[in-house]
Write a protein of this length. Sequence first.
Length: 234
Amino acid sequence: MTKHQKRLSVPKSWPVERKTETFTVKADAGPHGEAGVPLLIVLRDVLGYVDNRKEARYALNQDNVLINGKAVSDEERPVGMFDIMAFTERDEYYRVFPGDGGRLALTAIDADAADSKLGKIVNKQHVTGGDVQLTLHDGETLVVEDASEYGGNDSIVVANEGDEIVAHFAYEEGALVTAVDGAHAGEIGTIEEIQVTPGSSSNNVIVEQDDGEGFETVEEYVVVIDENFTGDDE
């Protein structure tokens, strides 16, 4: 199987130039599905910490690059929305956040904020033993004894160590959200109205913004956040 990906056909979330060269690296199977960006692209094209795959492999072998609290050695490991990247030797920490146009971007955070990551609940089901399994947007699953307070499209903050849920943001009118796909990807606002659509069609979400513009998008494209995830307080 080829390890290369044509630049012209990469997902729009990938932060790469499409017309400079024909190919780029292909992401391994892992979190975030097809939207996952290979770690090599982040190290080389976004941060400029390495010039090529060989340098990336050397850097990763030092165990100084962590994603969600775990050292990573595979330069093709997918990185995606709301992942936490830590460069311990540099004392630098970043949250992967949707930027303008839906391209993934890095928001600098402090060390304390790097101890946990945000996830959107995309599925909730009972498992053997009576517990409930929550599935997050990146494919991660959590088993909880009591899931009565968690609903679909809610967001939770999960500690890197022990998978403890340390915060919960409900998907409801008045919630702060960011759009992660569509024409308004990267924009932030407050849910003004959730329009429930009969049948199998997606619900619409009306989002108001401080500048008075606002926008409308589908439910799947918004993620509930709080002010700590916008980068405005940095």
